[in-house]
Design a protein around this ligand. Structure first.
Ligand SMILES: *[C@@H]1O[C@H](CO)[C@@H](O)[C@H](O)[C@H]1NC(C)=O
Ligand SMILES: *[C@@H]1O[C@H](CO)[C@@H](O)[C@H](O)[C@H]1NC(C)=O
Length: 328
């Protein structure tokens, strides 16, 4: 009697083991993360995972039951903040994920709990520097949060500004508990390059923010508004010149190329055969070979004169073809 019961139990355990080993394995390494107030569940595929696996995720708060997050996705993460759900800065969340293959579903794997304002990783602030004689003004821009804003989520956020002469980071000085996002570092040495790094401290988050990237600037440089004014003046002059040139285009072309013909006696004199020996020597010498292209003038508004070669054009000085000079 006892023996049969024992055998049956063994058989039952074997069956259960078979079922379990055939069942779909759950995702591994499930972790919930938050960076700049997002809420993302991440996982690795089950061991020896078949292809074509899908995943479904759910999340709950400390005061609600599980709600569906991402449904039948193939990605290995689910960003709950990008779903149209109400995730809050002070919420406490747990999430879970299971693998799915056709009708088969693995067991759920649950993450640890995350408290958003306490656990989120605050990203680096943006720092820009403006220098003047012996001051450097530090401007700090908070990282952008996925939900809310840094100053709303953390009323008592402060900046910790660390600065040092370039190359002497071991002698860095810090000023902390700064609440304004514009700070002037004064009494610096002139003609010296300083580097600055900023971190955000909050009272509720366990960690300070990621440190900003290091930004450097030299003291006693021409302040940027001087450069701006100089640029403006130069631009204004150029624009004025351009306008004047356009408005007086006609006058200027008259000046450079007068229409009036030369006085008659002048022309006559010019056309007379000069008798100087230099001229004669020049005339008799072999003329230098001239390389030239034929140029056409297209008269505006007169289709009859289209493509007339330059030699035939009027008496205006600019239209005297240079090419004839060598042929006198
Ligand atoms: C920092 O500033 C750059 C350029 O202005 C911008 O693209 C970037 O998103 C900013 N980063 C943060 C954390 O605000
Ligand atoms: C400010 O930052 C410096 C450098 O990272 C660090 O040594 C110092 O402890 C920080 N101060 C505060 C109050 O967090």
């Amino acid at each position: 009697q006892h023996e049969t019961v024992f055998r049956r139990m063994i058989q039952l355990i074997k069956d259960v083991c078979k079922l379990v080993s055939r069942a779909l394995q759950p995702p591994r390494n499930v972790r919930i993360t938050s960076h700049n107030m997002d809420l993302v569940l991440r996982w690795d595929p089950p061991e020896g995972a078949a292809s074509g696996l899908f995943y479904t995720t759910e999340y709950n708060t400390s005061v609600s039951v599980y709600k569906v997050g991402c449904l039948h996705i193939t990605a290995l993460s689910c960003d709950f903040t990008s779903l149209n759900h109400h995730i809050t800065v002070y919420g406490q969340y747990t999430a879970r994920v299971r693998a799915e293959l056709g009708e088969e579903k693995s067991a759920w794997v649950e993450s640890t709990q995350i408290t958003m304002d306490r656990d989120t990783m605050i990203g680096q602030p943006n720092v820009s520097l403006i220098s003047s004689k012996s001051n450097i003004e530090v401007s700090i821009e908070d990282p952008e949060f996925r939900i809310s804003e840094l100053r709303h989520a953390y009323n008592y956020a402060t900046y910790n500004i660390t600065y040092w002469k370039e190359g002497q980071e071991e002698k860095a000085e810090s000023i902390s508990n700064i609440q304004q996002n514009r700070v002037i570092l004064d009494k610096l040495e002139p003609w010296t390059r300083y580097c600055v790094r900023v971190q955000i401290n909050t009272q509720r988050n366990l960690n300070p923010s990621e440190p900003s990237s290091v930004t450097c600037e030299s003291t006693d440089k021409e302040s940027p508004w001087v450069a701006a004014v100089v640029t403006f003046v130069v631009m204004a002059m150029l624009v004025t010149l351009a306008v004047v040139a356009v408005v007086h285009r006609k006058k200027m072309s008259h000046f450079l190329c007068p229409k009036d013909s030369l006085p008659q006696h002048f022309k006559k004199h010019l056309l007379e055969h000069p008798s100087s020996s230099i001229y004669l020597a020049m005339r008799d010498s072999h003329p230098p070979e001239e390389v030239y292209d034929q140029v056409s003038v297209i008269a505006e508004g007169n289709p009859m004169e289209e493509e007339r070669p330059l030699e035939a054009a009027g008496t205006n000085c600019s239209s005297q073809p240079e090419t004839t000079v060598g042929q006198i």
